[in-house]
Design a protein around this ligand. Structure first.
Ligand code: NSS
Length: 430
């Protein structure tokens, strides 16, 4: 008899099955043991009745502890009151291992305790729900770009130069030369766009950011589309359609998970394009009108972004940031050269920036001046400058921070739960 996965038990109603899994919890009432068995695909209440099983099975039911690994045999019965709607009437229970006393019990634990036990915490219902939504975000994003004939371009992790400023670089030794962990695949995606027209990446990014906030990770994942012949407006249109597609996919395919997380989905359902586009000038005025001390030329801090998001009930863009506070590769607005053709997308409900993007500087001489202004080593960018020497075209792209989007979609208080094993300022283990 082959094992059956719990999410497929409805196909076996009335039949004898075998399930491999772990004991999530156990209760006892006279001649009955109720084992909640999980196998990663779901959970099933497994009822061991003394009168139905041999002595060994009943003793095993007595012996198993939380997270013991087991093989349960029995008949699948529809049971409306049981979680999942089915129950297993156990005929036999084999133990693979009786687990030692499990450190995570249903009682409340502190964040730091749970993070220290992240390798075990992953087995909880809430973590399953979050990480399944994460999977859906990546799956739907890839589907979105694949359906539009984008080519997936894998970009390197070891790089010779900075993409997003030199202050957050992780340096490493590359056979006697300096190399840096990538901050973004963008520069390589630009080369990809000049080769294939429409490309995207899905890759980890590393930033030595000394910020201990609820939205910063040291290692995070970026999805970065890059498109030849796209201007800033084309870029925003792509970004809003992308986010709307992903949100819709999560609503359709991860309904259960959103329920487990007790997510009110109204705002997600409302997140259909077009998303408002706010010029930086206007955003500054909005903050000043709210009584915040914010001067033109500054970058938005978390409290500023939070204040702005309170004005909107769907994601929105802030555009045309001061060039001074943005990366070297952004094209300037020809009518307002002090502004960059940049677009950040902010998520509502206080979440703030989830996407950073721009139209790229496509002129060789302008780009050379930018590299000099930012005091970047030109030699390291010679290959990138070649893209402007050989058939340069207007082009644009953006980077979506998967963890930021996931935190908003699930309304999580912190990005620490958005990755199986997050890397944060003070956390490198497990
Ligand atoms: O710095 S970004 O705003 N932009 C870029 O990296 C561009 N090179 C992307 C592009 O145009 N191809 O980062 C993009 C997004 C940002 O909006 C956040 O959602 C996320 O990456 N991000 C982070 N998430 C978690 N933790 C940290 N530290 C972090 N930094 C950026």
């Amino acid at each position: 008899m082959d094992g059956v996965y719990i999410n497929k038990v409805s196909e076996h109603e009335g039949s004898e099955v075998k399930i491999y899994g772990w004991v999530y919890n156990k209760t006892h009432k006279g001649k009955l043991y109720f084992l909640m068995v999980r196998d990663g695909t779901g959970m099933i209440q497994s009822v061991v009745f003394k009168g139905d099983v041999d002595e060994e099975t009943f003793e095993n039911a007595e012996k198993v502890t939380q997270e013991s690994s087991v093989i349960v045999y029995g008949k699948i019965k529809e049971e409306k009151r049981a979680p999942g709607g089915y129950e297993l009437q156990v005929t036999k229970l084999d133990i693979i291992q009786v687990a030692e006393e499990y450190p995570i019990s249903p009682k409340e634990h502190g964040d730091s305790f749970l993070m220290d036990h992240r390798h075990l915490w992953l087995r909880s219902t809430r973590q399953h729900a979050i990480l399944r939504v994460r999977h859906e975000i990546i799956r739907a994003s890839r589907e979105f770009f694949d359906n539009r004939d984008f080519v997936l371009v894998d970009t390197p992790i070891f790089t010779p130069s900075a993409c997003e400023g030199t202050t957050t670089l992780f340096e490493t030794d590359y056979f006697g030369r300096k190399a840096y962990l990538t901050q973004s695949g963008q520069l390589y995606a630009e080369a990809g766009a000049m080769a294939f027209g429409k490309v995207y990446t899905c890759s980890p990014a590393f930033r030595a950011e000394k910020s201990k906030t609820r939205r910063h990770l040291i290692e995070f994942w970026l999805i970065e589309p890059e498109v030849a012949f796209y201007d800033l407006e084309d870029n925003m249109k792509l970004a809003e359609e992308h986010i709307a597609y992903v949100v819709q996919s999560v609503l359709e395919n991860r309904k259960n998970e959103l329920e487990i997380l007790e997510r009110d989905t109204k705002i997600l359902e409302n997140s259909t394009p077009p998303y408002p586009r706010i010029h930086y000038d206007e955003a500054v005025k909005m903050l000043q009108d709210m009584g915040m001390d914010f001067a033109w030329g500054s970058d938005f801090g978390a409290p500023d972004e939070t204040a702005l998001t309170e004005k909107y009930d769907k994601p929105f863009f802030i555009t045309h940031f001061p060039a001074e506070i943005k990366a070297f590769y952004m094209k300037r607005d020809k009518d307002r050269p002090e502004c960059a053709l940049a677009c950040d997308m902010l998520a509502p409900e206080g979440y703030g920036e989830i996407i950073g993007g721009s139209q790229r500087e496509d002129d060789l001489n302008e780009l050379l001046s930018r590299i000099a202004e930012h005091k970047l080593p030109q030699e390291a960018f010679e290959w990138f400058l070649d893209l402007r020497r050989y058939g340069t075209v207007p082009h644009s792209g953006y980077g979506l921070g998967i963890e930021r989007l996931l935190a908003w979609i699930c309304k999580l208080p912190h990005v620490r739960e958005t990755l199986p094993f997050p890397r944060m300022l003070h956390r490198l283990t497990p």
